[in-house]
Design a protein. Sequence first.
Lengths: 309, 277
Amino acid sequence: MTDLLNQPSNSQFKFSREKILAFTLILPSLILVFITYLYPAIFTFVISFAEYDIIRLKIKKFIQFKNFEFLISNYFFTSSVLRTIYFGFLICVCTTILSFLIALLLNEKFIGKAFLRVMIVLPWAVPSVVSGVLWGQMFHADTGFLNALLYQLGVISGYKIWLADPLVALHVIAIAEIWKAIPFMTLFFLSGLQSLPSEVFEAASVDGANVFQRFSNILFPLMLPIAIPLFLIQFVLAMKSFDTIFVLTRGGPGGGTTTLNYFIYQEAFETFNLGRASAAAYVLLIITLAVVLIPTISRFLMKFFWGNK
Amino acid sequence: MKKNLILKNFFIYFSALIVFLIMFFPLYGLILTSIQPENIIRSRNLSFFPTEIIFTHFAEVLKPNHISNIYEGIKNSLIVSFLTSFLCIILAFPAAYSLARLNLPAKNIILGTLISVYFLPTILFVIPLFVILVSYQLDDTILSLVVPYTAFTLPFVIWILKSFIDKLPVEVEEAAKIDGCSTLQLLIHIIFPLLRPGLIAAFIFAFILSWVEFLTPLIFTNNLKISTVALGLFRSTIDIKIGQQAAAAIITLIPVTILMIFFQQYITKVVLSGSDK
């Protein structure tokens, strides 16, 4: 191998030899990715049309679209799909707005900025199990800070069991996810803000544009190309969220915090219905892809019909 | 004009304080809970400062026979995270070089596939992997964690390293090639040392991502001896001792927090390298 590479380059073979070398270098990575992604994805696809025997570990029989039909007629499934979409958008919208505001703040000069930046980045490294525990303790019925604080301020007359209410529980989980998602997006927004030319703002303020005009006419359009991909990536990540739900509510109460991802987990590893779980996993994949592809497709259509970029 | 500036400064410091409180208070609450006796935690007097500091929760949690097995968990997580990061670097370094510099056919398609794979729902791959592991009786082993972790982290690490290699000056490589340096020699003796910041950043990312992984060990391991620290922490939530639970959470946090604070510049570099294209 080394011998082959050490040979003085022969112009006739150089081109294809470089290709072979390039391919050899990336091959191990590709093999690993194919074994752990592509093969399982095909496997999941196949058994989504089958009944899978979990004890003998083989396909019992193919049942065509029965798994999908069951899911669509299942109330728990359809409600968890809608809940997942709401959950995803809630997290994206809140994270994007808050991160943008924090990035604007970090773009200013003030004492203690470096310290604040470390503090803001910190939640990213917090394992989501820890953030589940942490927010669980915050909202704990007996010992949580929130109850104590609201009680002493006189907002509530008695201690509330926050996580017992499905709607509140879902939002508690969303808060935990947003808190963890803010750091990364803030850093991206910040680097976007820092790459903007400052002359534009100076010119605008010389021309007498006020803060709001500068924001809506300059900053917002300039940041949009950064914000849209971040928003979409955040949506995809929100679709994957599992740990916080598992630690805080285990999908309860009454299935009120079961997102699609959690539904799949329950089908696969609690009731061991791998066929149905696989079918649901493909529904999740389709939703994820749809949301990510919508901007691409709409841009393509706009280009097609109006001809401008 | 001057009054305006004071007002602006006041506004900045005020919002900085609010942001600090929102981002840090949950962690502070956790620290507070972990160092106070159980009866104070459970009392209904709200206090934001510790009245009595004890470390027994930490001592309890770290005992080898504790329900959550944090002690074993730390050991396992360290092993698994180190192995994963190491494997990731070994696999990703040549791959990233190939993508960044060599004449690889269908380069953009390969890179695009690798990156989009990272964003697909993990659960889609976990079901068949579980079946494979069980049928070869590989579940409950370190291997059953390291291989999936490496695969899940690899696309991201390749992307990080590629964007760092893109920034290296090509001239150095060209000069080395003229001097008769083969590609492998070039990779090991020239690119590797030049790429140190990128390698550190990639290593830290891989380490943190493996340290925080929860779904994979939850499904692939049952044996308490193989339990990772995140899983151990989860087990401590079954117990109702809030102080110990908080202590376990703090212990889980410490290694990644240290990495974050010390290598913050590298992490920021990764973000910057991704955005200014």
